[in-house]
Design a protein around this ligand. Structure first.
Ligand SMILES: CC(C)(COP(=O)(O)OP(=O)(O)OC[C@H]1O[C@@H](n2cnc3c(N)ncnc32)[C@H](O)[C@@H]1O)[C@@H](O)C(=O)NCCC(=O)NCCS
Ligand SMILES: Nc1ncnc2c1ncn2[C@@H]1O[C@H](COP(=O)(O)OP(=O)(O)OP(=O)(O)O)[C@@H](O)[C@H]1O
Length: 273
């Protein structure tokens, strides 16, 4: 089974690609890190309580205002009011800076990781030929070695990214939007890093054009991916778990090596400057 990592930067088109892959003719399972990141901080969860402990005192608007629809002061079923995500976003991408973002990541990422492993196991047990790992911070948070292949959805023109982000998330000011873009690696660097993995291991789709153009590129990528990881291979791995474990380990080592090689090259380039 192929773990296909899907990444990019904010608003470059990951969700658009994942919805293509989740629907016919692909019908692939998508493990969506953003979606899981929301679930693990719902009222009543450990993540929610940790966020309150760390941010409530210094963020007066951390929770949504109470209304009769959202259960009032104590939220639905008394579990507490939901997080006010735009306010927390302003805090960790804006005034609170990197330190606050690290604190939030430290709360959310381990829980996301655990849930993703569960979903990956479930996808393996269902015999899918591939599963999509839709992870915005795939390179930044060390998911790269797990992926058999990586697809970066990128744009060449930063103005296109900004325009789409502002159009989709109307509540963001220009400054908020810029802060969110800056909180991740530049998407063109992610594209370079992905391509450095070599043919069959890393591909980039450029999404400056229309959605039809994006779809055509995705179809081409999937044609190649399917040829290198056929359905019979997924069934074989399901029948022979030791082979699955061995293949996973080899794949992980290859990914780890590619990551190290990239880091070594970057260090060398920096030293030359
Ligand atoms: C700060 C929060 C509450 C803002 O919520 P909001 O609903 O406004 O944004 P949403 O979660 O839909 O994220 C939108 C995009 O922002 C980017 N983003 C989110 N978190 C981060 C982060 N910690 N660092 C850099 N970029 C991020 C991603 O590209 C993501 O697709 C939320 O983003 C969050 O909890 N982030 C921490 C968890 C995380 O890292 N999620 C990313 C996947 S693991
Ligand atoms: N080729 C395109 N042409 C026009 N609009 C597009 C194109 N691709 C994506 N969009 C739009 O741009 C916005 C951002 O796309 P999308 O939500 O897929 O990005 P994303 O990378 O998943 O963002 P995030 O990191 O925030 O989850 C959406 O409103 C989407 O409909």
């Amino acid at each position: 089974m192929l773990f296909l990592g899907l990444t990019g930067s904010i608003a470059t088109g990951k969700s658009t690609v994942s919805s293509i892959l989740a629907s016919a003719p692909y019908n692939l399972p998508v493990i969506d890190a953003d979606k899981i990141a929301r679930q693990v901080v719902e009222p009543g969860t450990y993540g929610y309580r940790q966020i309150l402990t760390n941010f409530a005192a210094s963020t007066p608007d951390l929770l949504v205002p109470p209304t009769s629809e959202n259960g009032g002061e104590n939220g639905l079923q008394g579990r507490g009011r939901a997080l006010n995500r735009p306010a927390l976003g302003r805090r960790v991408f804006g005034e609170g800076g990197e330190a606050d973002r690290k604190t939030l990541n430290g709360i959310v990422h381990p829980a996301v990781r655990r849930e993703m492993y569960k979903q990956m196991l479930w996808a393996y047990l269902r015999g899918h030929w591939a599963v999509i790992l839709d992870v915005p911070l795939l390179f930044e948070s060390g998911w790269e070695p797990l992926c058999g292949t990586i697809l970066v959805v990128a744009v060449k023109d930063p103005a296109v990214q900004m325009k789409r982000l502002r159009a989709r998330d109307e509540h963001l000011t220009q400054e908020d939007a810029e802060n969110r873009v800056k909180a991740q690696w530049d998407v063109r660097d992610k594209a370079d890093r992905c391509l450095s993995r070599g043919k069959g291991k890393g591909t980039v789709v450029w999404n400056d054009g229309g959605k039809e153009d994006l779809r055509r590129q995705v179809d081409q990528v999937m044609l190649e991916a399917k040829a290198s990881s056929p359905q019979w291979w997924a069934y074989l791995l399901l029948l022979l778990p030791p082979i699955a474990a061995l293949s996973g380990a080899v794949n992980y080592l290859q990914g780890w090596w590619m990551k190290k090689e990239w880091e070594r090259r970057k260090t060398q380039e920096k030293a030359k400057l």
